[in-house]
Ligand binder design. Structure first.
Ligand code: SF4
Length: 328
């Protein structure tokens, strides 16, 4: 057996025994695999699990998703972040309902919101396509296995690591292999504290032998987060809260309901209720929450009861602020 064969055998034996019982692993049909892979983009398994279960309950197949209103899909996604994923998912569901389920990597890759990684993951799991799915987790594992200190942000390094992953992928069980690599990166070969003593592929690992695991991968020149101060107003009347709708032209979260800015509420007496930080991509928002009585002037918006909030797309920032103000 080749070294790659020995490697995948050891990895898959561990995966078969230790893999987490996740709801999208219960069948390999295209629809649940695709939904889960879109949800898992930039989002942790623990956060995705309840959303996946609720989403599948609301939209059990691609036709149900295609037939839903966009606002219903966004409401089901509300709190998971990166909302362009939900809009693209909805667009892609309509395309699939009209033209049929994709049958190979290229047709999956052509769906809205699907990049190389997601297409490879879905094609390998749902269609058995022997293709490596290489995300940040897998890059980290490869950099350690190869004990390679090249900058992981460089295109040349990423191409080299992707080539190494492609040589390792198990041809008979590519979907399980890819999930095992991700599982290894998420649970054992973690960014800050790789647990090499529990690693099923320890004997293949260059960084383990060299004692360099904790220093890899090397990432150079990261952009620092931009700090953004935000003052939001929580206004309550007759058990309802006042929310405004983000304009359709907004780059992020268009159409979502959010709290008005403090500066847009005129003639109110404010008291500070608390503050929190919230990161969206490279912006770190420091949000101060202000509660006020009846103001003299309000921007365009509407009064909404807490029971209606679950049916509307509401920003995570607004939900956090309403919780701080004791209204959610
Ligand atoms: Fe990662 Fe350590 Fe396993 Fe190497 S031996 S793959 S560094 S957990």
């Amino acid at each position: 057996m080749s070294p790659a064969g020995d490697f995948s055998k050891a990895l898959l034996r561990w995966y078969d025994a230790e893999k987490r019982d996740l709801p999208w692993r219960r069948n390999n049909d295209f629809y649940p695999v695709w939904i889960s892979e879109i949800m898992l983009q930039q989002t942790r398994v623990e956060a995705v699990t309840p959303y996946f279960l609720r989403f599948m309950g609301l939209f059990p197949d691609v036709r149900a998703l295609a037939a839903a209103e966009e606002s219903t899909v966004l409401a089901a996604w509300s709190g998971l972040g990166y909302y362009s994923r939900a809009r693209n998912l909805h667009r892609a569901a309509k395309a699939i309902a009209a033209g049929g389920e994709p049958s190979d990597f290229e047709s999956i890759r052509a769906l809205a919101g699907v990049g190389d990684y997601t297409a490879a993951a879905v094609a390998s799991i749902a269609l058995g396509d022997a293709r490596a799915a290489v995300d940040g987790n897998v890059m980290r594992v490869i950099s350690r296995l190869a004990n390679d200190a090249a900058d992981i942000r460089a295109g040349e390094t990423r191409r080299r690591f992707a080539g190494q992953a492609a040589r390792l992928v198990d041809r008979r069980r590519p979907g399980d292999f890819n999930q095992a690599m991700m599982e290894l990166g998420a649970t054992v070969c973690t960014p800050k504290a790789p647990d090499c003593g529990k690693c099923p592929v320890e004997r293949f690992c260059g960084a383990r032998a060299a004692g360099t695991a904790a220093q890899l991968p090397v990432k150079l020149g990261g952009k620092p987060a931009r700090e953004v101060a935000l003052d939001v107003a929580v206004l309550a009347r007759d058990g309802r809260v006042f929310l405004v709708e983000r304009a359709a032209s907004e780059r992020r979260l268009a159409g979502f309901r959010e709290l008005p800015g403090k500066k847009d509420v005129k003639g109110a007496r404010f008291r500070a209720a608390g503050e929190f930080t919230h990161q969206i991509v490279n912006d770190r928002f420091r949000v101060r929450v202000w509660v006020a009585g009846t103001p003299a002037g309000l921007p365009a918006g509407e009064w909404i009861s807490p029971s209606e909030l679950g049916d509307l797309p509401v920003t995570t920032t607004a939900k956090k602020a309403l919780r701080i103000a004791g209204l959610l």
